[in-house]
Unconditional design. Structure first.
Length: 252
């Protein structure tokens, strides 16, 4: 929560459903455009989710949008850009699955947040894109590479070079959005994901987010793999399979 002009204003609502942490951007009057304070709040929740026992993180926006872009009111562009980049990279560095639950426009910074997450669930009518060419802006190289990786070369080119917007239904057909559904569908999936083996998720995500050509990274991935194979969770997974029951993973 933040105090502006003597009034308490909630810009980011935080909830828990079992081991799933849910972040809801609450700036409906600005169609949930993120300002510097909102970015700092999101970053703080990223930093605390693991020690709080989170097994999955969902980010969404209050009606009527997921996030309609950036709100640079009263801040320098370089300060805002640095905070946004920290949030985007923060999603990729978390050792848990991050899910963007998109209902409504996800434009500019909203599309960047969606692309930074591991999984995207969107309603069919949601609109996603980076209309920077209509504003005379150039997004950073990290965002361009991320859009290519998550949305494909053709979609990234159309978003960046023609300011084309895509619906959730279109993107799910291309594999860029993983499931058509609302927030409740995203939360149900997040709960299922939260029951999976934490060390497996952490090891796979580390490999997915890094380059196989980096020797140091290869060693980290190999270490994560060895840790998972030798863990109590691996034994629990095999035992649960034989007993035909849901495994109870503890992350150790």
């Amino acid at each position: 929560m933040s105090d502006i002009g003597g009034e308490t204003s909630v810009k980011l609502n935080v909830e828990w459903r079992h081991a799933v942490k849910i972040l809801t951007i609450e700036r409906p009057e600005r169609r949930n455009a993120v300002d510097l304070e909102t970015l700092r709040l999101i970053r703080a929740e990223q930093l605390s989710v693991i020690e709080e026992g989170g097994r999955a993180l969902v980010i969404t926006g209050a009606n009527p949008a997921f996030c309609a872009g950036a709100d640079l009111s009263g801040v320098r562009e370089d300060e805002f850009s640095a905070a946004l980049q920290e949030v985007l990279v923060g999603f990729t560095q978390l050792p848990i699955t991050t899910i963007a639950a998109i209902d409504g426009p996800a434009l500019g910074a909203g599309a960047q947040i969606a692309a930074a997450c591991d999984i995207r669930v969107a309603t069919a009518e949601s609109v996603i894109g980076v209309p920077a060419a209509k504003l005379g802006l150039v997004v950073n190289h990290w965002t361009i590479e991320r859009l290519v990786r998550e949305f494909s070369w053709p979609v990234a080119r159309a978003m960046l070079l023609t300011a084309k917007l895509y619906t959730g239904e279109q993107l799910v057909q291309m594999g860029s959005v993983h499931h058509v559904g609302d927030l409740w569908a995203a939360l149900e999936w997040a709960h299922e994901i939260s029951l999976l083996a934490p060390l497996t998720i952490a090891g796979h995500k580390l490999a997915l987010e890094t380059s196989a050509g980096d020797t140091v990274v290869n060693e980290l991935v190999d270490s994560a793999r060895s840790l998972a194979w030798a863990s109590n969770d691996a034994s629990e997974g095999r035992l649960a399979f034989l007993q035909k029951r849901q495994p109870n993973f503890q992350g150790s």
